[in-house]
Design a protein around this ligand. Structure first.
Ligand SMILES: Cc1cc2nc3c(=O)[nH]c(=O)nc-3n(C[C@H](O)[C@H](O)[C@H](O)COP(=O)(O)OP(=O)(O)OC[C@H]3O[C@@H](n4cnc5c(N)ncnc54)[C@H](O)[C@@H]3O)c2cc1C
Length: 461
C-alpha cells in the first residue's frame, strides 16, 4: 500500500519533519542502488536512533506500508530499493562508533558507520577488523551485515558473519531484540545473530552491531603474478593452497578487467597479460617477507611469467586499481549485469573457460575478476539493455552459467545476496522444503510482511 497523508503525518511525528523527505528530487536519490533499476519510494526516512526505527516499524504495521532498510545503497542486487513503493528507511545518520574495547577485542557501532572509517579508527589503536568489501570506502557496517559482505581478505579471515558477535535490531513486528554475546564464546539458544546476518533487511532492521577485533598485523606484502593465460592463472590458486600457504587475499583479473583498471588508476598493471593474480600476506615483517618470496616461487612454478613482491605505496596503488575495476567496467558498455558466483577453487579454470566460450558464441562482452582464493568469480556482462537481442542473449548466458556453477557444486552468490536480481533463480539452488522453512522464519519475524517485500524469495513462491 502506498503511504497516505495520515501515515505521512504520523511518520513526521515519529521522526521529526527534517528527517522525513517526501519531495521528488530527494526521493529520486533513493530510487536506485548499484543494481541500477529505478524504484521511486513514496518517502524517505533518515532515522537518528533505535526508538525512531521502532516507531517507524510499528506505524508500518498499523498503517500497512512497506519499509525498505538502506545503508549507502551500494548493494549489487536491488536490495535497498522500494519495489513495492512505501518508505525507504535510511540508517546512514546512525553513524557513531560507540565503543572500542581494545582489552577484550570488541567494538560496538551503529549501522550507518562507513566500513572504511571503522577500519581506520580501530587501526589507530593497533587493532584490525578484516572484512573489507571493495566498496568499504562508502558502504556501511549495517549494509555489510545485512548482505554478509565479503571482499578480498575473506580467504584467511572469513566474511562479515565471522566477525559479528551480536546485534541489536527491530524485528518486522516492531520488537526491539538483542542477539548474541560480547564474549569470545556463547551458545545459549539458537544463533539468531547468524540468522540476521545476510538476511538482506527482510527480517529485522539492524540498529547496533557488536564486532570482534584482532590485533593488527605489523607487516603486509603484495605479490603480483602475471600469466599468459587466464586458465593457468586460476589453476595456480589451488597450487598455492597445496604449498601450505593461505594468503590473506588472492584476487584475479582477466585481461579486460586489467585494461580498464589500468586506464582508471595507472598502477602499471601488465595489460598484455592473459590473467593476473594479486596476492597479499601478513604477519611480522620477517614472516610476511618470507611468505611473499615463497608465494612468488609457487606462482612461477605454476606458470607465471613474472611474480614480484611489493609493499608500501606501490602495493597500495595495485589494490586501488583492483578496487576500481567494478565502476571502471562501464567503459565497455552502458549497462552491467553483475553476478558473483562461487565454485570450488579447483573448478575456477573450468568456470572461467565456460564464460569465455559463451562470450565467443554470443559476441557479448563478458569480464571476469574477483576473489579467486574463495572461488568467488565476479562475472559481468557489459551491454546496452535497450538492445533486445543482446539482452535476451545475456539472460540465456546467465542461466547457462548458473547451471554450470551448480553442476560444479557451487552457489549463485558469494557475497552480493539475492535482492531482486537473483530471486528468479533462487529455486535453481534451494528447493521447496527449504524455501518453505525460510518463509516460515520470515513470517515469525515479520508477520505482516512489511519489511523489504519482494526480495530474496522466488517470485510467486
Ligand atoms: C564498486 C563496488 C564494489 C563492491 N565490492 C564488494 C565486495 O568486494 N564484497 C562485497 O561483499 N560486496 C561488494 N559490493 C556490494 C556492496 O557494497 C555490499 O553489499 C555492501 O555490504 C552494501 O552496503 P550498503 O551500506 O551500501 O547497503 P545497501 O546497499 O544500502 O543495502 C544492502 C542491503 O542491506 C539492507 N540493509 C542495509 N542496512 C540495513 C540495516 N541497518 N538493517 C537491515 N538491513 C539493512 C538493505 O535493505 C539491502 O537489502 C560492492 C559494491 C560496489 C558498488
Amino acid at each position: 500500500m502506498p503511504l497516505d497523508k495520515s501515515a505521512l503525518s504520523r511518520l513526521a511525528d515519529v521522526l521529526g519533519k527534517d528527517n522525513l523527505w517526501t519531495d521528488e528530487p530527494r526521493r529520486q536519490c533513493y530510487a536506485y542502488d548499484a543494481a541500477g533499476g529505478r524504484h521511486l519510494p513514496d518517502a524517505v526516512a533518515l532515522a537518528i536512533d533505535e526508538d525512531q526505527v521502532a516507531g517507524v516499524i510499528r506505524l508500518a504495521n498499523e498503517k500497512d506500508f512497506p519499509v525498505v532498510p538502506r545503508g549507502a545503497g551500494t548493494g549489487m542486487t536491488g536490495g535497498a530499493v522500494a519495489v513495492s513503493g512505501g518508505l525507504v528507511l535510511c540508517l546512514s545518520r546512525m553513524d557513531r562508533i560507540l565503543n572500542i574495547d581494545a582489552a577484550n577485542l570488541v567494538a560496538d557501532a551503529e549501522p550507518g558507520v562507513v566500513t572504511g572509517h571503522f577500519h581506520r579508527e580501530v587501526e589507530k589503536l593497533g587493532l584490525f577488523y578484516p572484512p573489507d568489501p571493495s566498496s568499504s570506502g562508502y558502504s556501511t557496517l549495517g549494509g555489510n551485515v545485512a548482505e554478509c559482505a565479503g571482499g578480498p581478505r575473506a580467504v584467511k579471515y572469513g566474511v562479515t558473519r565471522d566477525w559479528v558477535l551480536g546485534l541489536r535490531a527491530v524485528t518486522g513486528a516492531g520488537e526491539v531484540i538483542r542477539t548474541g554475546v560480547r564474549t569470545a564464546k556463547g551458545v545459549v539458544g539458537y544463533d539468531l545473530t547468524r540468522l540476521l546476518v545476510g538476511s538482506e533487511g527482510t527480517l529485522a532492521v539492524v540498529t547496533g552491531i557488536t564486532l570482534r577485533l584482532t590485533p593488527l598485523p605489523s607487516a603486509v606484502r603484495t605479490v603480483t603474478a602475471v600469466f599468459d593465460r587466464m586458465a593457468t592463472a586460476t589453476a595456480a590458486v589451488a597450487r598455492v593452497f597445496a604449498a601450505g600457504i593461505v594468503p590473506r587475499a588472492m584476487e584475479f583479473m582477466d585481461q579486460a578487467s586489467l585494461k580498464c583498471a589500468e586506464e582508471a588508476i595507472h598502477a602499471g598493471l601488465p595489460v598484455d597479460a592473459g590473467g593476473v593474480l594479486l596476492l597479499e600476506v601478513d604477519g611480522t615483517a620477517t614472516e610476511a617477507d618470507r611468505e611473499a618470496q615463497r608465494l612468488a616461487e609457487v606462482c612461477r612454478e605454476a606458470g607465471a611469467r613474472q611474480a614480484t613482491a611489493s609493499g608500501g605505496p606501490e602495493a597500495k596503488k595495485l589494490w586501488e586499481a583492483r578496487k576500481a575495476i567494478s565502476p571502471a567496467l562501464f567503459r565497455y558498455g552502458p549497462h552491467k549485469i553483475n553476478e558473483d558466483i562461487v565454485v570450488p577453487v579447483t573448478s575456477i579454470p573450468e568456470m572461467v573457460e565456460t564464460v569465455e566460450r559463451l562470450a565467443e558464441e554470443t559476441g557479448l562482452t563478458m569480464v571476469c575478476f574477483g576473489h579467486a582464493g574463495d572461488g568467488n568469480i565476479h562475472f559481468n556482462i557489459m551491454l546496452d539493455k535497450n538492445d533486445p537481442k543482446a539482452f535476451a542473449q545475456a539472460g540465456e548466458a546467465i542461466r547457462k552459467v548458473f547451471e554450470k556453477v551448480l553442476s560444479l557444486g557451487g552457489t549463485l552468490s558469494g557475497e552480493h545476496g539475492v535482492g531482486i536480481t537473483k530471486s528468479p533463480f533462487v529455486s535453481m539452488e534451494i528447493s521447496g522444503p527449504e524455501i518453505r522453512l525460510m518463509r516460515a522464519v520470515k513470517d515469525v519475524f515479520d508477520p505482516r510482511g512489511i519489511l523489504n517485500p519482494g526480495k530474496i524469495f522466488p517470485p510467486g513462491s
